[in-house]
Design a protein. Sequence first.
Length: 518
Amino acid sequence: MSAPLSDSLSKSFSSSPPPGSPKEGSPVIRRLVRWLSRRCLRWVYRDVRVFGAERAPESGAVLFIGNHPNDLPDVLQGFFVTPRPLRYIATLAAASSWPARKIYEGLGVIPVVRVRDARAERRKGTDMVAVNAAAGSAVGAALAAGHAVGVFPEGGVHNTPYVGRPRTGVAKMILEYVDNGANGDVLIVPFGVQYESPYRPGSDCFAVVGAPFSMAEWRTLNPSGTGSGSSQSVAALVDTFHEALRQVTRNATSWTQATTRDRLIAGVAANMPGDDPLEASIGLVAQAQWLVETLEESPTTGHSVSQYETLVRIRTIAEELAIAVESLGGIGTSARDQADVRQALDGRRSSRVSIASLTMSAPVAALGWLIHGPIFALIWRLAHRFAKAPVDLVALAFVPGLYLVLLWYLLLTVGLALVLGNTGWSPWWSLLLPLVAPRLGDIAVAWRWRWRCWRLVRGARAWSAPERQRLDALHRELTALWAGSTAAFEDESIKLRDQSGSTIRRNSARRNSAAGSQ
């Protein structure tokens, strides 16, 4: 996915690390964590992608800011928005165990104490003020050394259908660094983690990297206040962070509205040219959000009755198509599932799966499931048992689920060694099992998702001819109505940009006036 970003920002931006600069962590720990993160994500989600990764600068001081709707999966996905070592600013409360502390050290994590954790940390004897002051200094040192720092500025998991307003802590840290003799510029890079169905295995998730902006340029345009502690400066930077995150995330006022939006995106993406409906869905988010928000308004609020009825019809078609996919066991908000059913309605062969490929890979997949099936079932059972909220489900499947998988590998290796020893083989051959088991797990899980795709297509082809024709006609109608609504969406976007520009100019004038009077 291309991004309009100048070479001076994305490629050539750099700063020389000063002598004695802080370390980015252990390369061995980083590689291990990325390897484990990839396994965890791909064993739960069908497709894990990053779009716009070319926007991330290859060198120099960078602050990556991300949304945080789904706990640990967001953190793991963040590791892949850049190939560079990413030093997270993270809560100290998550490093209570010895393995977690060692991972924090190996990744160069900068610990902070959140307000919500203050009471618990005080009971442990933690000096919250000292920890956060040290964190501010560590962030400044990391940026001065040209490191990539990552943070979720919402201040914790924000399990709502919209990105929350960032807390002020990170904005204060960055302003303090910039306003007190920063060693070069700092680029702010937003990334949004988007889920089509966050708590359902086999759905897709992806990160969208937004356009970077320069803190030096931002400070020139926002000179309000005389220092990093200025409430005007902090509020302005928080607003900028918030808007940058909104541009790379999906936002709605309610979960019902979010479901309608995602069904609409999936239905339209299934009819887009090309063979990647997931990538196509990214460009549809803004118009889909406008459409569902418009439907919340009165039919006479700035729209003709016929235009409003058209939008209602678009929503109705999207819901019908999603229900049809769900009746086959698919995910109605999945662009890939919708595209697979769409191909079946057209009589086209699926480009992602065939019965021949499934048959050929079935023996290896069966071996993978023989090894992993029991432990996967136990992990999900325990996750459902102990999850206090849906947002905890996948996080618990990852940790302590990962520990359980490693323990399971150990037990299988010991068992295999005993069997080999009793049958005259060298027990050392059992050490191959933990080396090949993860790859077998990859094959088994991927086979399962392909099998689901094949069943989805087969089910769609089994519909009666009149039903297939009806759904095919709905797809065509949705495509035409969506294209027809694009002009209204663009007109509305121009109005909003003009209003936003006027507001920015008024606010800038007020700030300049206030600064001049001081």
